[in-house]
Structure formats: structure tokens, C-alpha cells
Design a protein around this ligand. Structure first.
Ligand SMILES: Cc1cc2nc3c(=O)[nH]c(=O)nc-3n(C[C@H](O)[C@H](O)[C@H](O)COP(=O)(O)OP(=O)(O)OC[C@H]3O[C@@H](n4cnc5c(N)ncnc54)[C@H](O)[C@@H]3O)c2cc1C
Length: 494
């Protein structure tokens, strides 16, 4: 069995760590290529990772990934095969918070197309004509980048030698291309959805995210008179009717997934014929109606890490990092981000999702969402980027509780401003989920070939890496990357 350019034996025993979109899609594509001895090990009692769905009053609601755009070709192909249905989501609105001279805040809904006509850098209004010219220019520039960005190995192909113009922050890229007029529009999917300020995030990530197929409907749906026609012809974005997590659940039914696996140690001995990869674990074993905690050990030929690759996860897995892995993993940055939900009475939203623009301070909610309001659902979600100071630090329970309490105070304040009140009776429960979100590196690292080095690591010590760290923190790019990994490194297609 060799790696890199030649085919790995389809009888190889393969372990995948993590049953999120990366792990499950890799198992799916391996299965399609004839690899049948694939085991996915997941620490939680459910699959889906950051795709998490709950059911409220018979309706499925997404607390993690929720939107699919026209660009989601690979994800939708899998969904079609497992029979997961989608529906078209209604358009967006926005919320504006205004502070008066006495320091009192008021909130009002206003159409998103009005809110994005604002330049957050100069704090000046943007004229519709200037916005439309900039939008057309983005389409043209993005079209010229299709051959660079729309391929799963795009990051490994970008560095200061090949594409110096892309090794900068997205704000720098916008400015360099005189596209400031679009800054508020990009703040919605980028900053508000947890990927960071435009001045921090590297340009290639945003360009990958906002592809032609994602950007064009965003603009075309709002063109006067023609907008409704485009909405009919391009019915995007969509959501899974039973939730994003349930789509992955359907995939997992065709995959050998073990849940509740607490991995204690992973050892690698690449030259061993019998046990190149040995995984020791504890798990909850369910035999008909008995539940036991058992310990076990499994041997594999290859290891695929489909979980975050931050240093703490290697530690959790009891997996000693090689020098190259440590160099890669130590550079990963993440954003602290959280989702809070309440059942909110007395508050009507004109559309199911509303970013808050202009963007308020960190620690306050940045977007509000509510699915199925017309069917009587008042389960409402609030997206908050918490203060950056806790990022990458190990905090004690008291500190985490303090952050949660602050977020909830700000969410309740916003609910009040919007005329609602949270119902916290036991049947109307509320949730709070904190994520370390968006594994990424700084623009300068991309310039110095970070992703080329990561690509060169694939297969070393019989270990492979998939998921957010290899592409961009969004389901479709991650699924595309899983397919690429299987075709490139397991099948040996170049
Ligand atoms: C609020 C929110 C909204 C989002 N909206 C969208 C959207 O609209 N559209 C979109 O495409 N994407 C969206 N995303 C992003 C999307 O959910 C992620 O990009 C995607 O889930 C990442 O997939 P992954 O498999 O790489 O990682 P994850 O989803 O993080 O999965 C990793 C898995 O590894 C497991 N794991 C971790 N450590 C271990 C261990 N030690 N042992 C075993 N298993 C382990 C985890 O439990 C998890 O199941 C959103 C995310 C969030 C949080």
C-alpha cells in the first residue's frame, strides 16, 4: 500500500475521527470508491458536528449550519441520494439600532437592500448606482478568479509568489479593487456569521465563500422589477426541511459510525504491518436494553482526522503531534462564537433572518433568525460573537458562566427593544451553544505557503486531514475537499 499518486488498497482499514460533514462525506466518497473497511469514531452521542437540528412543535430548526446556496452541488448530490428534501427560504430583512442623545436605544426593521448602502469604513452612505457598479465589478473579478478559487486545492496554490494580490486581508482586497461600496453587504455573511472582521480575514477565504453562484442571486433578487423573476428562476438560499443534522444522519445510516467514543490514545507506527494505527478508547455500549461503559482497542491502516486540528484536540485524542503537525496546528486561529435561543412572545419578524447593521459592538447579538413564524413558531435564535479575549485561552467554569450570562443579558435587551419577551417556562426551553469557530490562519501565513505545507503533510505517518482547516468553514467547500482528498490520495487520480 503506498500513498501519493498510486492507489491505496481498497481493503485498507481506515479510521475517521469526527462525524461532522468532513468525516461523513469522506466516508461517503471512500465508500463510492470501493473502500469498505471505514469506521467513523465520534465523541458525541449524535452525528453532524456543527450541523445541529432540534424539533420544536413538529418543526425542525437549525442551530448550526442552515443555508444551502446554488453553489452546493456536491452536498445536494449526496442529499438527493439519501432522500433529504429542501425548501426555499424567504428573503432577508435587517435590524437597525439607533442611540438617541440621552443614550437610549431603539430598534427597527428595515430592508436589507437599504442597510447595505453604507460604507462602514468611512461611515458614509453609498449611492445605489455606485453599489450596482461595484457589484458588477465583483462579478467580473470573481469570474476571472474561477480557475484559481473554485478548486478544492486553491489554498495550496496561493502564496506571495503565485498570487501576491490575494495574500492580504479582504478589506485590503476590497480597497485595492475599489469595492468599498460592497463592504456592508459582505459584513453580513462574513463578520456577522462568525468569520471575523473584513480587516482580519484573508481574502481567499471570502472569495471562496462568496462564489459567483452565491453572489449573483444575492444581487439579482433585489433588482427592481426583475427581482421577482430571478427569485423564481434561482430559488436560493434553501434549507433542509428536516434540518441539516438530519441530512447527515441519513448519510450516517449508510456508514459504520460509532457514537459516544471517548478516545484515550492514538499511537502511530507507520512501518508496522499489523497495527500502523492503534486507537484505545472508552465507549458507551448499548446492547438491546443494556447500557455499559466498555474499554477497547482497534487497529487501522490509515487515520483521517476530521475533527478540529487545534492543539487541545490532539491532546484530547492522546495523539502525539509530529514536528510538522505541531507547526501546522499551533498557527490555527479560531473565533469565539455562540448561538442563544429563546421562545419569544410578542415579537414579529418581517422575514426569517435579520442581521444587525450597522454592526454593533462585540458581545451583543449580531443577527436574529426565526424559521416557520407563519406557522406559529416563536423559537428564535441569536448569533453573537463574544469578546475576543477568551479566544485560545483555557478559562475556568466561572469565567465561561460569566460570558454566557453577559451574552444572555444582551440578547434579552435586544428582545425587549424589538417589543418581545422571552418565555422561559419548562415547555418553552432555551439553548446556549458556544463554538470555537472557523479554523483559519492570517493572510501572511497564506503568503508563506501554509496550505502547501499542509497538503504536503497529507499521508505522512499514514495520517490525513479534512474539514474546516483544509478549506473554508462551510459545508460545501468541506465536502468538495473531502472528495478531492479521496480522489487524489486514496484513488490516486491526479
Ligand atoms: C451557527 C452556525 C451556522 C452555520 N451556518 C452554516 C450555513 O448556513 N451553511 C454552511 O454551509 N455552513 C454553516 N456553518 C458551518 C458548518 O456547520 C461547518 O463548516 C461544518 O459543520 C464543519 O464540518 P466539519 O466536519 O469540518 O467540523 P464539525 O462540524 O465541527 O465536526 C467535527 C466533528 O468532530 C467531532 N470531534 C471533535 N473532537 C473529537 C474527538 N476527540 N473524538 C471524536 N470526535 C471528535 C465533533 O464532535 C464533531 O462531530 C455554520 C456553523 C455554525 C456554528
Amino acid at each position: 500500500m503506498t500513498v501519493g499518486g498510486s492507489r491505496i488498497d481498497t481493503r485498507a482499514r481506515i479510521a475517521i475521527i469526527g462525524a461532522g460533514p468532513a468525516g461523513l462525506s469522506t466516508a461517503w466518497f471512500l465508500g463510492k470508491q470501493g473502500f469498505h473497511d471505514v469506521t467513523v469514531l465520534e465523541k458525541l452521542g449524535r452525528v453532524g458536528g456543527l450541523c445541529k437540528s432540534v424539533t420544536i412543535d413538529g418543526m425542525s430548526y437549525d442551530l448550526g449550519a442552515n443555508y444551502l446556496t446554488w453553489a452546493y452541488t456536491e452536498t445536494l448530490a449526496i442529499a438527493r441520494e439519501v432522500g433529504a428534501k429542501t425548501y426555499k427560504e424567504k428573503p432577508y430583512t435587517s435590524i437597525e439600532i439607533v442611540r438617541d442623545a440621552e443614550g437610549r436605544d431603539t430598534a427597527r426593521y428595515r430592508p436589507l437592500k437599504e442597510a447595505v448602502l453604507f460604507n462602514p469604513f468611512t461611515k458614509e452612505k453609498v449611492r445605489v448606482f455606485a453599489f450596482m457598479v461595484a457589484a458588477l465589478k465583483y462579478l467580473w473579478l470573481r469570474f476571472r478568479l474561477v480557475r484559481v478559487i473554485d478548486r478544492p486545492d486553491y489554498l495550496a496554490r496561493i502564496d506571495v509568489t503565485s498570487h501576491p494580490e490575494l495574500c492580504v486581508s479582504f478589506k485590503h482586497w476590497l480597497r485595492g479593487n475599489r469595492l468599498d461600496a460592497l463592504a456592508s453587504l459582505f459584513e453580513f455573511p462574513v463578520t456577522i456569521m462568525g468569520y471575523g472582521q473584513l480587516r482580519d480575514i484573508a481574502a481567499p477565504y471570502v472569495l471562496r465563500y462568496i462564489s459567483l453562484k452565491t453572489f449573483f442571486p444575492m444581487i439579482a433578487h433585489n433588482i427592481p422589477l426583475l427581482g421577482p423573476l430571478f427569485q423564481l428562476l434561482l430559488p436560493w438560499p434553501r434549507r433542509f426541511t428536516l434540518g441539516f443534522q438530519r441530512m447527515w444522519q441519513q448519510v450516517s445510516w449508510r456508514t459504520n459510525v460509532r457514537l459516544n467514543v471517548n478516545i484515550q490514545k492514538i499511537t502511530r507506527d507507520p512501518d508496522s504491518l499489523e497495527a500502523p494505527i492503534r486507537i484505545t478508547y472508552q465507549t458507551l455500549q448499548q446492547e438491546l436494553n443494556n447500557l455499559d461503559t466498555v474499554e477497547g482497542c482497534m487497529d487501522f491502516d490509515y487515520l483521517i482526522l476530521a475533527c478540529p486540528l487545534t492543539p487541545d484536540v490532539f491532546e484530547q485524542l492522546g495523539l502525539e503531534r509530529t514536528d510538522a503537525e505541531a507547526a501546522m496546528s499551533d498557527k490555527i486561529l479560531v473565533n469565539p462564537y455562540c448561538m442563544t435561543t429563546y421562545w419569544v412572545e410578542g415579537m414579529q419578524m418581517p422575514q426569517p433572518i435579520a442581521p444587525i447593521l450597522p454592526l454593533p459592538d462585540r458581545g451583543t447579538p449580531w443577527a436574529v433568525a426565526r424559521q416557520f413564524q407563519h406557522e406559529g413558531n416563536y423559537f428564535t435564535q441569536f448569533y453573537t460573537r463574544t469578546d475576543a479575549s477568551e479566544c485560545g485561552r483555557t478559562l475556568d467554569k466561572e469565567a465561561w458562566d460569566g460570558i454566557e450570562a453577559n451574552v444572555k443579558t444582551e440578547v434579552r435587551k435586544l428582545i425587549g427593544l424589538l417589543g418581545g419577551h422571552p418565555d422561559e417556562t419548562h415547555s418553552r426551553w432555551s439553548t446556549y451553544d458556544r463554538f470555537t469557530y472557523f479554523q483559519h490562519v492570517e493572510p501572511v501565513e497564506i503568503g508563506q505557503g501554509y496550505y502547501r505545507k499542509l497538503e504536503d503533510l497529507q499521508g505522512a505517518d499514514r495520517t490525513f486531514y479534512v474539514g474546516g482547516v483544509t478549506d473554508f468553514e462551510l459545508v460545501e467547500p468541506i465536502v468538495q475537499h473531502s472528495k478531492y482528498l479521496v480522489e487524489m490520495h486514496f484513488v490516486g487520480r491526479t
